[in-house]
Ligand binder design. Sequence first.
Ligand code: ATP
Ligand code: MG
Length: 112
Amino acid sequence: MKLVTAIIKPFKLDEVREALNALDVNGMTATEVKGYGRQKGHSEIYRGAEYLVAFLPKVKIDVVVAAERSKEVAETIMRVARTGHIGDGKIFVCPIERVLRIRTGETDADAL
Ligand SMILES: Nc1ncnc2c1ncn2[C@@H]1O[C@H](COP(=O)(O)OP(=O)(O)OP(=O)(O)O)[C@@H](O)[C@H]1O
Ligand SMILES: [Mg+2]
């Protein structure tokens, strides 16, 4: 199993959710977050000039899926969340050791 974490532009959340739904992903968590990337939250960088880091609102999506589906999930998020402009976001993929479904006691892939 893999955890696919995507930091995306907030207005892309609905479209990403619909695309993941169409892939039969069973669940996801979305969190409002603040972050910055290479431009440190600014749309232009003036070389040598002093500037402050600005946190911008983003949405973080966490999806845990069977390992063999993680590529498809990450590529779908990338395709749907891309505008081609700076700040489109990042996707991180990590291994997941164990999943427990609280109501039923099912574990791992059965619990997803
Ligand atoms: N190295 C990182 N570690 C953790 N979070 C990051 C990292 N880089 C970016 N993020 C998160 O992703 C969000 C979007 O990053 P962003 O798309 O601006 O990355 P970038 O590398 O600057 O790419 P681009 O040049 O396309 O803007 C950030 O606001 C932050 O929340
Ligand atoms: Mg950036």
